[in-house]
Design a protein around this ligand. Structure first.
Ligand SMILES: Nc1ncnc2c1ncn2[C@@H]1O[C@H](COP(=O)(O)OP(=O)(O)OP(=O)(O)O)[C@@H](O)[C@H]1O
Length: 719
């Protein structure tokens, strides 16, 4: 076909369209053959410089016959249509009959597992279509990150201190595949990943609000979904790798997020290293008793046993005792021993309603520990009492409103105090009423009509606020923990400082199966705390799954014998046997003061992890005797473990100093408790100094009141 002739016939040559001003052609245009010029509109360039450039290029390579170009165009169109056809008909056909897919919604944990794994895949991370996310890390996640340990130093306040200002800047973002299609290989198999987002009506039922929902589809060739399942399982294992030595702590999500349901009910607040059971100072028999009880409850045969006897599968523990005696710590240690996550609920959380509490219990995993802290402080009441209180409160509010609007009646003062008494949550509300009252009094009585409406509104608001914060009633709590619809399988630990104030219903057998009393430290416990504080850090253990190496029973479960043995092993491990590194002397610089008393200067090096393991004690003299000496100065059951730990922490590299200062501290705290003051006044009379001299060292005891020093201990040959 002669396309030149055809084109000339279809598109009449128009010099007026292509000529420059005054009808003169531009130099480039004059070089174009007429036939090619007529093609300009067809090439999509529509006379643009690009279109012209294409035509000139074709001409420069010797293609002056437009039929080649037309054939080229036709070929291109056919090719594009073919691709389109393949995409629509064939691809869809293949997809339907030869491709298997699994869809994952963003509200499921698997979505996170996959995302974390995908973010590590080189083919995907180097793809050209990525989304960047800030990589938020919890405090313990930095632990293994060498880069994060390299910190800057600042000179300020007479020393060099660690500085973390550039820490955030240095932590890289996380790159994940963007929305759209991606492909990757896993175990020699080709997978496709498709991410999409849609806006849906919120099914939480909140005024039909819209929210984004994200979907991910993983597909692969073949009829079996097994390869995708294996991939998902791999991602899940990868996600939980390293969790064997960690305890995940969760708490209820924010009120707004909780309404999205299951996955959004709880949020992870920490994923911290397991707290070893031997760091909890508690009667060993008691410890063993709790461990054995929990182990028996968690045995896979237990649910059947409970079901056969019609007993609801729940276990409740009450840990009671003074503050700082280890109730929370033991709960965490137990979670670590059994490899369970711990779900912490505070009944004081203002947005927590009874419905929320039930919903939270119903979204717990099959096996977990729920920790309900300080149940005595939740202001729980019996429904009857609650109703009475509510009646009184309403009456008082009604009266208050009348007073505010129409002036105070004689008996109002009396009723006011009654209202205050009855409103257990109304501290800020009565303040508010007072405010309104002051304001109301200033108003002219003639303006009352207008005021009534606004005051009523204000009171209603105040009421609804207080209703929101009214907390959890006893019946609400009982319903959540063991109502008909409540979750089975969990272990509930409730802690309280005032067990005597708890309602009998809450601690009746069935709700609380085991009570554990915590008390102030005995001298033996004080000794253990001391030894633990100053023993050398043991290297971190490599994570292993105990169940894999353990002796199992016929169900594949760790046998009771093995468990008992293991418990005995670690409970019986004496502190003296634990590996101890070489303690080193604090490197101090001694200078002679005018009065002849030597004093230690601040260390010239910045504080480092290594510095924390140095102590002021001769490694050869051993901690044992110092610990025994220390504990003999702590009065029996007078101080909580937390108090002793607090004292030792302030001297965490100086056991000798702790020993020297303990008497002053005990005296100060006893005095403070007797006077019921909150401030401790501890007079430190003695100070310890370490003096180095050509590899030898000595500890000098300074009596600060008498300003004299004497050698307390010395040892030779220590660099
Ligand atoms: N028995 C103990 N053994 C080891 N450490 C303890 C013990 N009791 C308290 N501590 C230490 O004291 C601190 C506070 O302990 P914890 O929070 O467990 O006390 P608690 O009894 O739960 O206090 P509260 O009643 O105020 O919640 C922790 O750092 C913990 O390490």
């Amino acid at each position: 076909m002669d396309f030149n002739a055809v084109m000339r016939g279809i598109i009449p040559q128009s010099t007026s369209n292509t000529s420059g001003p005054g009808g003169t052609r531009s130099p480039s245009e004059t070089q174009l053959p007429d036939g090619l010029m007529s093609l300009l509109p067809l090439l999509g360039g529509l006379g643009t410089p690009l279109g012209r450039a294409v035509l000139l290029a074709t001409e420069s390579i010797g293609v002056t016959d437009i039929s080649y170009i037309m054939w080229g165009l036709i070929f291109y169109l056919v090719w594009r249509s073919g691709v389109q056809l393949w995409d629509t008909a064939i691809t869809r056909g293949i997809q339907r009959y030869f491709i298997t897919s699994i869809a994952i919604e963003s509200h499921d944990d698997i979505f996170d597992h996959l995302m974390k794994w995908l973010a590590k895949q080189p083919t995907l991370v180097n793809s050209r279509s990525l989304a960047a996310e800030t990589n938020y890390r919890l405090v313990w996640e930095d632990e293994d990150d060498e880069a994060s340990k390299v910190q800057g130093l600042v000179n300020d306040g007479g020393g060099q201190w660690l500085n973390f200002s550039s820490h955030e800047a240095r932590s890289p973002p996380r790159y994940i595949p963007a929305h759209g299609r991606h492909s990757f290989w896993f175990r020699h198999r080709y997978f496709r990943l498709s991410r999409s987002k849609e806006t849906v009506v919120d099914d939480g039922g909140y005024n039909g609000a819209l929210r984004d929902k994200e979907n991910m589809v993983i597909s692969t060739y073949g009829w079996s979904p097994e390869p995708i399942k294996r991939l998902i399982q791999h991602c899940k294992s990868d996600f939980y790798r390293g969790h064997y030595q960690r305890t995940t702590i969760k708490r209820p999500n924010s009120h707004g997020m909780r309404r999205y349901g299951t996955r959004f009910s709880w949020m992870t607040v920490a994923n911290r290293p397991v707290r070893p059971m031997d760091t909890i100072v508690l009667d060993e028999t008691e410890k063993h008793h709790i461990l054995a009880d929990m182990n028996e409850y968690l045995h896979p045969a237990t649910p059947r046993w409970y079901a056969n006897r019609g007993i609801p599968l729940r276990r409740g523990y009450l840990f009671h005792g003074p503050p700082g005696t280890g109730k929370t710590s033991l709960s965490f240690a137990l979670a670590g021993v059994f490899g369970l996550d711990i779900y912490v609920i505070s009944l004081l959380e203002p947005t927590l309603t009874e419905e929320d509490l039930s919903a939270l219990f119903n979204t717990l995993p099959r096996r977990c520990i729920v920790l309900l802290e300080d149940i005595d402080t939740a202001g729980m009441r019996r429904p009857k009492q609650e109703e009475e209180d509510r009646g009184l409160l309403e009456a008082a509010k009604e009266k208050k409103l009348q007073d505010l609007v129409f002036g105070k009646s004689e008996d109002s003062t009396e009723k006011d105090s009654e209202a205050k008494k009855s409103d257990s949550h109304g501290g800020d509300k009565s303040e508010r009423l007072k405010e309104l009252g002051k304001h109301g009094k200033r108003m002219d009585k003639g303006a009352n009509d207008n005021l009534v409406e606004s005051l009523t509104k204000a009171l209603r608001k105040s009421n609804s606020e207080s209703d929101d914060k009214k907390g959890i009633s006893l019946s609400g709590l009982l319903n959540a923990i063991d109502g008909v619809a409540s979750h089975e399988g969990r272990m509930l630990i409730m802690t309280t400082n005032k067990p005597e104030s708890l309602d009998d219903a809450l601690i009746r057998p069935g709700r609380v199966d085991l009570q554990v009393a915590f008390g102030n430290a005995t001298q033996t416990q004080a000794k253990q705390l001391f030894q633990r504080m100053y023993e050398a850090d043991t290297p971190r253990k490599v994570a292993t799954r105990p169940a894999e190496t353990a002796k199992r029973d016929e169900l594949g479960w760790v046998s009771a014998d093995w468990f008992s043995e293991a418990v005995q092993r670690f409970l019986g491990r004496s502190r003296g046997e634990s590996p101890r590194g070489q303690s080193k002397l604090v490197s101090g610089h001694i200078k002679i003061e005018k009065d002849g008393v030597e004093s230690k200067q601040p260390p010239s090096k910045p504080p480092s992890k290594a510095a924390n393991t140095r102590t002021d004690c001769d490694p050869r003299s051993g901690l044992e005797s110092i610990a025994a000496d220390f504990s003999s100065r702590i009065p029996e059951k007078k101080f909580s473990p937390a108090e002793i730990q607090g004292f030792l922490l302030k001297r965490k590299t100086e056991p000798r100093r702790a020993l020297l200062e303990v008497d002053g501290w005990v005296e100060g705290v006893v005095l403070q408790k007797a006077n019921k003051t909150k401030v401790t006044q501890v007079r430190i009379r003695f100070q310890l100094l370490i003096i180095h001299n050509q590899g030898d060292a000595a500890v000098v005891l300074i009596d600060t009141q008498a300003a004299v020093g004497s050698v307390f201990d010395r040892w030779a040959g220590h660099a």
